[in-house]
Design a protein around this ligand. Structure first.
Ligand code: ADQ
Length: 463
């Protein structure tokens, strides 16, 4: 088995167990099995250019290499090009793009520094796997330095249609950089179609039905590898009693109240304002629902130095206050808004005790919360997933109630349908959804991607 070299913007904590969940843990397990290297930013900003040496640390068979960024790198590469240009653009939000030439320069500079730091650690037959939008030019930088190893790329976020992609200055350079990878992994068929259309329209190159692109003397494979979760670990966590959640659940049961749950990073792509409006609309359209249901929205702060994130926070606080002001009674608060993070075991228990998982992003690469909500349900009395049609997960999770996150009335009606759905229909949907998330779990994602990278085996077709 070849050694694996993973590069991502941030390096995950390699000492975490599968209970902590998430993609990082799956990748860390693969690294431990194969041995390898994980390289990324250490999360620190250095005050000067003098102290930018990579730091290397051995954790079992894995070498962890971290790099600091200067304050300027952080502003231009991370806050700037990555999160004020690529993130909004790739989430179809041209209105939020804030482009500056300095951002692009910073982005190229940091990618070049990542390449410099990596070159001396590479072995001849390593497999290199680069993650996400922060590092699109990294393969090109490595190739310029003579790297001949196979390099894969996985984009965790959506890839927009060519009409949008071409709004970013130097878009052609960006896509040509992508074609320096051997394998380009995307979350959904929509993303793959968008990439194919761009390549055909702007680079006048054909993409075969299997996703093969001939680019110069290189053969590149683009494919769909939907990311998943470690289902068993999540089921186990959700089944474990959690005293604090249990007390709240009992209280709700005594009062005959149901709970709708939303859990997200506080990001404008997650559709939170319209989600809250849809909940208010439910109370308006179906007055009998008042006092018998509440929405718990947990939103973790993120990227707070970018203006658009400050605005979304202010908007949500005002909205939840307004809804509570309008509908609350002395013994019932309709919206329970938590600006923070909840430990994963409590989260799993909260999913299990909530009758509806309300996942309504305006655009999302996949959305793992949708899969976690399904994994957490009991078969005796499962809840219902209400899912945006613009989440990558909606291509697969067809037994969810699929909604348009721009249509508040549609979301309110589907919330009502979820809250009144008979047990046998809920069980039928749950059975199908559970099978789907098991079929496309975290282990599957890893092995399919690595099979293409290592042996050029195409991913299994989506059904
Ligand atoms: P994210 O945008 O972060 O990921 P998501 O896929 O939902 O979105 O993953 C979030 C993870 O963080 C989940 O495991 C969730 O439980 C956890 N989490 C989120 N909010 C939390 C909170 N308030 N408290 C505790 N835990 C919380 C990006 C892309 C997605 C893609 C993933 C993986 O934007 O589309 O699915 O990467 O590729």
């Amino acid at each position: 088995m070849k050694r694996l070299v993973v590069i991502s913007n941030r390096v995950a904590d390699l000492t975490k167990t599968s209970q902590s969940g998430g993609l990082a843990v799956g990748l860390a397990d693969s690294l431990r099995q194969r041995g390898g290297v994980w390289l990324g930013w250490d999360g620190q900003t250095a005050n000067s250019d003098e102290n930018l040496e990579p730091q290397s640390k051995q954790v079992g068979d894995v070498t962890q290499i971290t790099l600091p960024l200067t304050r300027r790198d952080y502003e231009e590469y991370y806050l700037g090009f990555s999160n004020s240009v690529l993130w909004p653009l790739f989430h179809y939000r041209l209105d939020l793009v804030e482009y500056k030439t300095d951002y692009l320069e910073g982005y190229r500079r940091v990618n070049a520094r990542f390449a410099d730091a990596l070159m001396s650690s590479l072995h001849e037959d390593d497999l290199i796997w680069i993650h996400d939008y922060h590092l699109i030019p990294l393969a090109a930088e490595l190739r310029q330095r003579g790297c001949k190893q196979r390099i894969g790329f996985f984009l965790h976020i959506p890839l927009p249609p060519p009409e949008m992609l071409s709004a970013v200055p130097r878009h052609r350079w960006l896509v040509e950089s992508l074609l320096q990878f051997d394998v380009i992994g995307l979350q959904s068929q929509t993303d793959l179609n968008n990439l194919q259309h761009y390549i055909e329209q702007h680079l006048s190159t054909e993409v075969s039905a299997e996703g093969h692109v001939r680019w110069g003397d290189r053969e590149v494979i683009a494919g769909v590898y939907p990311i998943g979760i470690d289902v068993d670990a999540f089921v186990e966590m959700a089944e474990r009693p959690n005293d604090e959640v249990l007390i709240e659940t009992r209280r709700r049961e005594i009062l005959g109240r149901r709970q709708v749950i939303g859990v997200d990073r506080l990001d404008y792509s997650k559709g939170l304002p319209d989600r809250l409006r849809a909940f208010a609309r439910l109370l308006e359209l179906y007055p009998e629902m008042r006092k018998s249901v509440a929405l718990m929205q947990i939103a973790t702060p993120t990227r707070e130095e970018v203006e658009a994130y400050v605005e979304i926070r202010t908007e949500l606080e005002a909205l939840s206050g307004a809804i509570n002001g309008r509908f609350a009674d002395f013994n019932w608060t309709p919206v329970h808004y938590i600006h923070g993070t909840v430990p994963r075991d409590a989260l799993a228990a909260l999913f299990r005790s909530s009758q509806v998982g309300f996942v309504t992003p305006l655009r999302d690469g996949m959305n793992l919360v949708a899969k976690e909500y399904v994994a957490a349900q009991s078969m005796d009395n499962p809840g219902v997933l209400v899912l945006s049609k613009f989440a990558g997960a909606a291509e697969d999770l067809r037994e969810a109630l699929i909604v348009n996150p721009y249509d508040v009335d549609d979301m309110a009606r589907n919330l009502c349908r979820a809250l009144t759905m008979p047990l046998d229909e809920r069980q039928e949907r749950q059975r199908a959804l559970l099978e789907r998330i098991r079929k496309r779990d975290n282990a599957n994602w890893l092995s399919n991607f690595l099979a293409t990278l290592e042996h050029e085996i195409s991913p299994p077709p989506l059904d």
